[in-house]
Structure formats: C-alpha cells, structure tokens
Design a protein around this ligand. Structure first.
Ligand SMILES: Cc1cc2nc3c(=O)[nH]c(=O)nc-3n(C[C@H](O)[C@H](O)[C@H](O)COP(=O)(O)OP(=O)(O)OC[C@H]3O[C@@H](n4cnc5c(N)ncnc54)[C@H](O)[C@@H]3O)c2cc1C
Length: 486
C-alpha cells in the first residue's frame, strides 16, 4: 500500500501534458492539477490506514488495495463495494475515474485471463503480469478506449488518414510502435499508467486498430492535451469546493510513435479479442459496478444538499417542496437499490468469477443519460436565485466595508450568512459552474453515448422470462369455438 506522498512522488516524471498553450513542467506543482493530486493522495492515505479496512490478502499472499480484488463470491463484491464507497464518500462521488475504476477492469482481465489465450500464451501472461505489477505497486491506471470524434459514420480504416485513430505503426522484435490519437483520458494527467484500447465496435479492415496495451505516462511520444482546468484561478475552496478539489481533468491523447514493449501488449491486431476482453471477461460489469457505487454515493450527497437548502430557506415544510425532495429520494434509492440488487443477485461463471447481475447493472446504465439531468433540474428548481445572490468571493464576507451587509441580508432562516453562502456556493458548483456542467456531460457519456448504453440494457435484460410470462398467459385462452360465439 502506498501513501499519498508516495503517490505524489510517483508523478514526478517526464510526462508530456499541454495546457494553456504550454507544456507542464511538473504536474505536482501546476495549479491545474494540484487540487486533484491532493485529493487522490488523500485517497491513498485512506486506503493505507488499517482502520479503513481497505486491504485484502491477494492470491499470492501479499497485501493489496481492495480496488484490485478479483471478485469470486458475493462477499468479495460486498467487500469491494465497502472499499469503493469509502473512497467515493471522500470525494462526494465527484471523482469518476479514481484509481478504483480501471483497477476493476485490470482485475477482471487477470481473473479471466483464459479469454486472452486466444491471442496466444504471451497475451495471457502479459495481462496477468501487468495486473500483478499494478496491484503490488498500488498504481493509478486511467484509460482511453474511444477513437477520436472525427467522422462516426466511418470505420477507423476508412478515415482519410490511416493514423488518426490509435493504430499499430510498426512491429519490432521487442515491441510495437503506436501512432494516432484516442479520447478521453479522465484522470490521465495525474495517473501512473494509461490502458489503451477500443471499446467501440471495430469492422473488418480495422485490424491495425484492434489492440490493447498499457503505457507509463512518461513514455516518449505520449502527449496529453488537457481541457481547461476548472480548479485553476478560483478564489478559494470556499467559493468552489468541488472544482478546486475534484477536477480530475480530461485529456485528449496523442501517440506520437510511442514504443510499447511486448510485455505490455495484451491484444494485438485481433478484432474479436478486443471486444471479448470487455464483455467475455467480467471487466465491463465489474468496472461499471464501481461506477454505480460512486454514482449512488454522489446522488446521496446531492440529495443532502437539496434537503439542507430547503431547510435553510424554510421551504422544506411546503408540500410542493416535499414532493420534489421525495422525487429525488425515489431516484437515489432506485439507483442504490439496483446497485445492491446487482450485487445480491450476482452471477458466478464456470471459472468461479463473479459479476454483478447484468439485468440490474445495465438497467441503471441504460438510464444514465436521464437520471442525473433529472436530479440537477430538481436541485436548480429548489435553489432558485439563492445560488447567485451570494457575493462574488468569500472576501466580501470578511471585508470591513461589506461584512455587515452580507451578514444581515444573505442568510438563512436558521443559519448565519457564512453557512448559507457556503452551502449555496456548493450547490452552484453542482448545477452551474463549468465543473458542474462537465459533470452533466460526464454522467451522460462516461459509459458511451445514450444510444450505446440503451443497447447495453437491451442486450442484458434477459427477455426470455418476460416473453415466457406473456406466452404462458396467451396460452391460457384461445379463439372461441363457433358454439361459444353464438
Ligand atoms: C466528461 C467525459 C469523460 C470521459 N472519460 C473517458 C475516459 O476516462 N476514458 C475513455 O476512454 N473515454 C472517456 N470519455 C469518452 C466517452 O467514452 C465518449 O464520450 C462516449 O463513448 C461517446 O463517444 P463520443 O463522445 O465520441 O460521442 P459520439 O459517439 O460521437 O456520439 C455523440 C452523439 O452522436 C450521435 N451518434 C454518434 N454515433 C451514432 C450512431 N452510430 N448511431 C446513432 N447516433 C449516433 C448520438 O446522438 C450520440 O449521442 C469521456 C467522455 C466525457 C464526456
């Protein structure tokens, strides 16, 4: 188990990140990244503290972070959930790609390494060895598994240039050289390794794009183009509590002839295996289980904000407000309940691996585009102009010329102005700041576009039971005989 400080030290390398027209010299001191780095370091400290019960004994007898557990029973899923919840609570559910996300994929790849045998013994060994390396060093791995958004009507090989999407440029005796680009590396700027592959369907002719591998963030030729920071230039954490601490950053990734040694290549020019790694192993289900545990925690947090806002404004006794709070409660409890149901009714495969029940897991996945926007709409409605009546910064609260006005006029029925402004600034960071807007985009797209996630629920519901119910009922009555018709 590594400490937060060890995590921070691990980021002091030669990684290449561009932001604001400049190359970042040291990610650990750059204001766009220090907030999230402190937060992730805090997560590592939490995991390293024995009282938080976040470690387990691995198959090799070592002690590791539970985020790397390979679930083999319902109890394992429960232990994982408790560990993931501990981290999610520390970030109020607002860090989507914390280290537990891709760790869930890697654990499932290794647990189901037989799937990789199709790519040869080397493929299978590489997956297991990299998993153990990541687990034993408690690494933060992020991923890019979507080709760049250029022309979605075309397959990767049909684009006007071959190396727009990430592809094999050269095969060498000691490894491969990769050229092209991929989106969208959430947390990549502050992670240790990048898992790279493609989850979008590939077509015949796309073989050069059908790869998966891991690469250290400081590999020569690996370039990250980070979007604008929402943490930088903010007056204080009091003013933007989420932006300043939880902006995990998203980066567009360019592979400028990046060399990947064979031992880090998991899938090589194999369209079938690229798909199978996600869906024939438990990886997609276990990775999304992490996402839903985090999401359930986030909804709980947002509802807490809504409830406190209503109390502060003295509106919580109005039946209309209680109806809105009740709607929020229904949404949050549905998500939490489905997440728990997927764990309770988990499925064990013939290799002893366990995955959350796909009906309930993908039931929520299929609604991810609408759930969060509905919650945000209600929060906006409850907040009214309160999220904008506060002063521009915390400074007006303490400045001698303004302090008395603020204290007198901007306050709640039951709290003083500082408490009221603090809560309403938090609410604005959820519904209205750039950070808040990005989160709406995130919840809508992190698992694929809305039409893609509906496809997951379509494929995973298991319609046989439903159809059988209908057929049994249809069989219970027939066309009437002639005599009966008379
Ligand atoms: C905040 C954020 C963080 C992300 N983090 C990560 C990450 O960490 N790692 C990672 O790999 N990816 C990440 N992603 C990328 C994410 O996986 C993609 O956004 C997602 O897969 C959708 O792809 P796209 O954005 O290219 O949208 P598109 O696929 O271009 O879809 C956009 C819209 O176009 C339409 N459309 C496109 N194709 C079709 C079609 N075939 N049929 C019908 N309609 C279509 C739909 O209306 C769709 O909603 C992130 C995205 C966001 C927004």
């Amino acid at each position: 188990m590594r400490t937060g400080q060890q995590y921070k030290d691990s980021l002091k390398d030669n990684r290449c990140i561009y932001i604001g027209g400049e190359r970042v010299q040291d990610v650990t001191t750059h204001p766009a990244f220090t907030g999230i780095i402190d937060t992730v370091a805090g997560l590592y400290d939490i995991a390293a503290d024995p009282k938080n019960n976040m470690t387990y004994v691995t198959e090799d007898g070592t002690i590791a972070n539970k985020i790397y557990m390979i679930p083999r029973s319902r109890e394992d899923l429960q232990e994982r959930r408790e560990a993931i919840t501990t981290w999610a609570e520390a970030t109020c559910g607002f860090v989507g790609r914390s280290p537990d996300h891709v760790a869930s994929f890697l654990a499932s790849f290794a647990g189901a390494s037989h799937v990789f045998e199709r790519g040869g013994q080397r493929s299978q060994d590489n997956v297991v060895n990299f998993y153990k390396f990541a687990r034993d060093n408690d690494l933060y791995v992020s991923y890019v598994i979507i080709p760049p958004q250029v022309d979605r009507s075309k397959a990767a090989h049909e684009l006007d240039e071959k190396y727009v999407a990430m592809a094999v440029f050269e095969e060498r005796e000691d490894g491969i050289v990769v050229r092209g680009s991929q989106m969208l590396g959430t947390g990549s700027a502050v992670s240790n390794y990048l898992f790279c592959s493609v989850i979008s369907p590939l077509r015949p002719g796309d073989e050069d794009y059908a790869i998966s591998f891991a690469v250290p963030m400081d590999a020569p030729g690996l370039k990250l183009y980070a979007r604008p920071s929402y943490a930088q230039d903010k007056p204080s954490t009091f003013d933007y509590p989420l932006s300043t601490q939880f902006d995990e950053s998203d980066s567009f990734v360019v592979f400028d002839d990046v060399f990947i040694p064979w031992e880090h290549v998991f899938v090589y020019k194999n369209i079938d295996l690229v798909r199978a790694q996600f869906h024939e192993t438990p990886a997609h289900a276990v990775g999304n289980n992490q996402a839903q545990i985090r999401f359930a925690t986030k909804l709980k947090f947002v509802i807490g904000v809504a409830r406190k806002m209503a109390e502060m404004n003295g509106t919580d006794k109005f039946p209309q407000v209680q109806e809105k709070l009740g709607e929020l409660a229904s949404i949050a409890s549905t998500v939490e309940g489905m997440m728990l149901a997927s764990e309770y009714q988990c499925i064990q495969d013939e290799h002893g691996l366990v995955r959350p029940n796909p009906r309930f897991l993908y039931g929520i996945v299929g609604m991810q585009d609408t759930i969060y926007s509905s919650v945000i709409k209600i929060l906006r409605e409850l907040a009214g102009g309160g999220v904008l009546q506060g002063p521009s910064t915390y400074r007006e609260i303490i400045h001698p010329e303004t302090a008395s006005d603020i204290a007198k006029y901007i306050r709640g029925g039951n709290v003083d102005s500082t408490q009221k402004i603090q809560l309403f600034k938090l609410a604005w960071d959820i519904v209205g700041s750039e950070f808040g807007g990005r989160h709406q985009q995130y919840e809508m797209f992190y698992n694929g576009a809305p039409f893609v996630v509906k496809g997951y629920s379509f494929r995973n519901y298991g319609y046989q039971e439903a159809v059988k119910l209908v057929e049994r009922f249809l069989d219970s009555y027939q066309l009437p005989h002639d005599e009966e018709r008379k």
